[in-house]
Design a binder for this molecule. Structure first.
Ligand code: GTP
Length: 309
């Protein structure tokens, strides 16, 4: 199953940089060396067994944009699953960006009316005013420019985990059996007495699915007073931060010519095991019960593999 993803936006807004971080495991510091994209660069990324992402990174210089919107219009905008439009948060040419954006939205309406649209307010690290104010203002402006079209807006930067949050949400909409995966993970989490189980795609480390959230009560380890509950409050940014940390760790491994295989952590209040689940996925199990051994969790992963393959 092939899903076409259009990556569009003005030249220099950061499209190729985010692609190289997410799909090629390059560090943010190397993106300054990337040259401008000429016309469209197409990539096929195998994502979960039979799901292939067909990524169209569309160079954003005016001459290319004009050609996408005229002679190449049907080629560019047909069979699109998702369009991601990137806006530089501190751009000096917002009105021109919006004009191109509206025209792309129009092309999409004609040729792929069911496509999902995601807008990224990118380079948030360069925002001159407080980030939340800047983002809210931009979001309103973009929603207004989108008219009737339903759009989802994210604030992103290649220098923190926000990029993973946005891309995980985007990719999630393309996975046909995400709800089934989530159900299986919930069963698996219960079998492991886990607080939470998370499934990541192997190359990108984007989150594919998670077990259903636990009821706060079950977070309290046996024998602790209710007053200790707060200790186990789960951080809402935990998924994207894990993606970012593991990607950075994998990059460090590759620099010393080692391959990343798995990870085990036993801390004072929780245990974490990260291991291969299938050919295309990794699973992370988080347990707050100190009596559960990591070896038992690894055995459970081995036994569950066939079910998830
Ligand atoms: P075209 O290929 O011409 O369409 O441009 P592009 O949108 O692909 O831009 P590219 O990825 O080449 O990025 C341009 C510059 O922006 C590079 O120097 C990146 O290092 C920088 N950049 C990308 N993302 C960020 C970000 O989140 N923050 C900051 N500060 N710089 C970024």
């Amino acid at each position: 199953m092939k899903k076409k993803v259009l990556l569009m936006g003005a030249s220099g807004s950061g499209k190729t940089s985010m692609r190289s971080l997410i799909f090629s495991n390059n560090p943010a510091s190397l993106t300054a060396r990337l040259g401008a994209t000429i016309d469209v660069e197409q990539n096929h990324v195998r994502f979960l067994g039979d799901l292939i992402l067909n990524l169209w990174d569309c160079g954003g210089q005016d001459a290319f944009m004009d050609s996408y919107l005229t002679t190449q219009r049907s080629t560019i905008f047909q069979h699109v699953g998702v369009m991601i439009y990137v806006f530089d948060v501190e751009t000096h040419g917002m009105s021109k960006d919006l004009e191109y954006y509206r025209d792309c939205l129009d092309g999409l309406k004609n040729f792929s009316p069911d496509a999902n649209v995601f807008l990224l307010v990118h380079k948030m690290d360069l925002a001159r005013q407080p980030k939340n104010l800047t983002f809210d203002k931009k979001k309103r402006e973009l929603e207004e420019a989108s008219g009737e079209s339903a759009v989802t807006v994210f604030g992103t930067s290649i220098y923190d985990e926000s990029l993973y949050k946005a891309w995980s949400s985007i990719v999630h909409t393309l996975i046909p059996n995400a709800a089934v995966l989530s159900r299986h993970l919930t069963t698996f989490a219960a079998a492991c007495s886990a607080t939470e189980v998370i499934l990541f795609e192997r190359t990108t480390f984007l989150v594919i699915a998670t077990s259903s959230p636990v009821v706060p009560d079950t977070l309290s380890p046996v024998g602790t007073e209710p007053g200790n509950l707060d200790r186990h409050q789960l951080d809402p940014t935990r998924y994207e931060r894990t993606s970012e940390l593991v990607k950075a760790f994998k990059h460090s491994c590759s620099r010393v010519r080692e391959e990343f295989h798995s990870l085990e952590m036993e801390l004072y209040n929780f245990t974490a095991v990260l291991d291969e689940m299938t050919r295309n996925t990794y699973v992370l199990i988080i347990v707050h019960d100190p009596t559960i051994e990591t070896a038992a969790l690894k055995l459970n992963i081995r036994m569950a593999r066939r079910k998830f393959e």
